[in-house]
Design a protein around this ligand. Structure first.
Ligand SMILES: Cc1cc2nc3c(=O)[nH]c(=O)nc-3n(C[C@H](O)[C@H](O)[C@H](O)COP(=O)(O)OP(=O)(O)OC[C@H]3O[C@@H](n4cnc5c(N)ncnc54)[C@H](O)[C@@H]3O)c2cc1C
Length: 545
């Protein structure tokens, strides 16, 4: 059996950062096992390729969630990256960190060193911010390029003016001191190409020679000796492939993401004894929190038909598309360099709400059935709205002992009454924004939820009929104290009760944050790399207030 110092399972956002940082020490030998293939496909790198990779099974796990009590019997599609860079190779490129209180809450839950002043230096260390930004909050020397959308679209401008007319201020940097306000989005895109975690961190790490990245290496289980993780078993070539075992002299690091990390733990006998017993899996270590606590953002997408101007729906067809392709080839700008959302708006659902609990996005385009991935033919504009910090929690559980069977994903969207209330408030605000005076020259009529929807119950009905995921699953291997009933890892991200095993990815978030998850997942991995190497943390940020 081959032996490395570290075996990293999953070459996604977190796995890529870890391979890079651990590989900085030339004495370390690292093996990265990735179930998907390489990230060669041009649709990964072309920002507008998002719409293609959204359903492309060669780079996407393409999961289906279970119908929930508030999804109108619908099973909601859940894409996840299955290639180098993981979900950062198919995501919507948005760079959004969240609010100070998100991380302070993590610390208050008993996780030392995870408050905002502690994690801010890591956000800064990772990024190369191009453009606006106060140096207290923004980094300029990291590997992850963060740029601001440079497409000045009259509809986007009118939307932002509409927000201002409703009292929502323009905010030059929602990743700075204050999140609240409206602005063009910040993106992990450089020179018209996606800046995935693989591009920023994994590919440079591979060049050093001490990082061995194995693709089409589907990990079936972690290998234990007693309570110590000593390696991983994978099938070379995926299903039906040759079994291979690799050994980790120092640690096994599980970075499979919020759906697959709990799945691999459960397959390895770590989890709820009842669940494992029901599937005939021998219990290696009872840890009932594994897979429990899943959270995600749930977004209904409000749509208005557009007049007097062309939207992306028309630009992506016929001659216009050829013009745009030429523009991208010569200037790296235009339609093909766009992200699926262009304007970000953060606001609060009530006057007394402590900090913005609503996130709204604007796109001068509309999608079939409100699902990103298929543009409509008629001109349209979309405002997606969601509650930033939902209370509802679900789970990820094995469906069977077969490592290739998709896990059961039940997010339980909207089961908590607060979530229903805030989602309704978000849809009402979306309507006011679409009907604002600055958008009036372009606003034809509301297509969804439609003018018949007026009462809170009707808005809620519409939300359950058409809401979808925003692709932000987290919290399935939560970080917390050993004496809690729910925690899977401690604040060093070591699995409680086991040795030689950490989970490091979006699953360790103890609570959902007010943001898309890529930036904070990268931050978690960067901080974890210091914890693993025993390096002292950068000095905590000194912030007013
Ligand atoms: C369509 C989409 C749009 C999104 N848009 C945004 C956005 O605009 N902004 C943002 O901030 N966030 C966005 N996100 C979310 C963000 O990209 C993820 O939260 C983040 O990438 C998660 O990182 P991770 O390391 O936890 O998991 P991932 O990046 O998903 O990495 C997990 C890796 O582990 C591999 N793996 C899993 N199981 C196994 C196994 N058994 N054996 C070997 N390998 C395995 C996977 O193939 C994958 O490569 C989006 C996500 C999606 C899917």
């Amino acid at each position: 059996m081959e032996t490395f110092d570290y075996v990293i399972i999953g070459a996604g956002s977190a796995g890529s950062v870890l391979a890079n940082r651990l590989g900085e020490d030339p004495a370390n030998r690292i093996c990265v096992l990735e179930a998907g293939g390489t990230d060669w496909h041009p649709y990964i790198h072309l920002p507008a390729g998002f719409i293609k990779t959204f359903h492309m099974k060669s780079v996407n796990w393409a999961y289906q969630q279970e119908p929930g009590p508030w999804t109108g019997g619908r099973s909601i599609y859940a894409p996840r990256g299955k290639t180098l860079g993981g979900s950062s190779s198919i995501n919507g490129h948005i760079y959004n960190r969240g609010q100070r209180q998100d991380f302070d809450t993590w610390a208050q839950l008993g996780n030392r060193g995870w408050g905002y002043p502690d994690v801010l230096p890591y956000f800064k260390r990772l990024e190369r911010r191009v453009g606006e930004g106060d140096e207290t909050y923004r980094g300029r020397d990291g590997s992850l390029t963060v740029t601001t959308m440079e497409w000045n679209d009259p509809l986007c401008e009118a939307f932002m003016e509409g927000a201002v007319s409703l009292g929502i201020p323009r905010n030059p940097d929602y990743n700075g001191a204050i999140q609240e306000g409206v602005s063009y989005c910040q993106r992990t895109i450089e020179n018209g190409l996606r800046m995935s975690a693989a591009k920023a961190f994994l590919h440079p790490a591979r060049k050093r020679g001490n990082v061995d990245v194995r693709t089409h290496a589907h990990v079936t289980n972690i290998i234990f000796e007693g309570k110590r993780a000593v390696g991983a078993r994978y099938l070379k070539g995926g299903k039906g492939g040759t079994p291979v075992e690799v050994r980790a002299g120092k640690e096994v690091i599980l970075s499979g993401g919020s759906y697959n990390s709990p799945q691999v733990l459960q397959l390895s006998g770590v989890g709820s004894p009842e669940l494992l017993g029901s599937l005939g899996i021998e219990v290696r270590h009872a840890l009932p929190g594994v897979g429990e606590g899943l959270q995600d953002h749930y977004a209904p997408r409000s749509v208005a038909r557009v007049k007097n101007i062309r939207t992306i729906n028309e630009l992506r067809r016929g001659l216009s598309l050829w013009v745009e392709a030429l523009k991208w080839a010569t200037t790296r700008r235009g339609l093909l360099s766009l992200s699926p959302t262009m304007v970000y708006c953060f606001w609060h659902s009530g006057e007394t709400t402590e900090s913005s609990d609503l996130q709204l996005t604007f796109t001068p385009a509309s999608y079939k059935e409100g699902v990103q991935g298929q543009l409509e033919d008629e001109p349209g504009m979309t405002v997606a709205s969601w509650q930033q910090r939902p209370e509802s929690r679900g789970y990820v559980r094995l469906r069977s002992a077969d490592p290739f069977a998709p896990p059961i994903i039940q997010t339980n969207y909207l089961v908590d009454e607060l979530d229903r209330r805030v989602v309704v408030a978000g849809m009402k605000l979306a309507r006011r924004l679409l009907q604002s005076a600055p958008l009036a020259p372009y606003y034809a009529y509301e297509d969804f939820p439609g003018p018949k929807v007026q009462s809170d119950d009707e808005f809620l009905g519409a939300a359950t009929e058409r809401g979808t995921t925003t692709f932000h699953p987290g919290c399935t291997c939560r970080m917390g104290p050993a004496d809690s009933t729910w925690a899977v890892v401690d604040d060093q991200l070591r699995v409680h009760g086991l040795q030689g095993l950490r989970v490091i990815d979006a699953s360790v978030m103890p609570r959902m944050i007010s943001a898309n998850l890529n930036a904070s997942t990268l931050m978690i991995a960067d901080k974890a790399s210091d914890l693993i190497r025993g390096k002292s943390a950068p000095e905590a940020a000194r912030l007013a207030g």
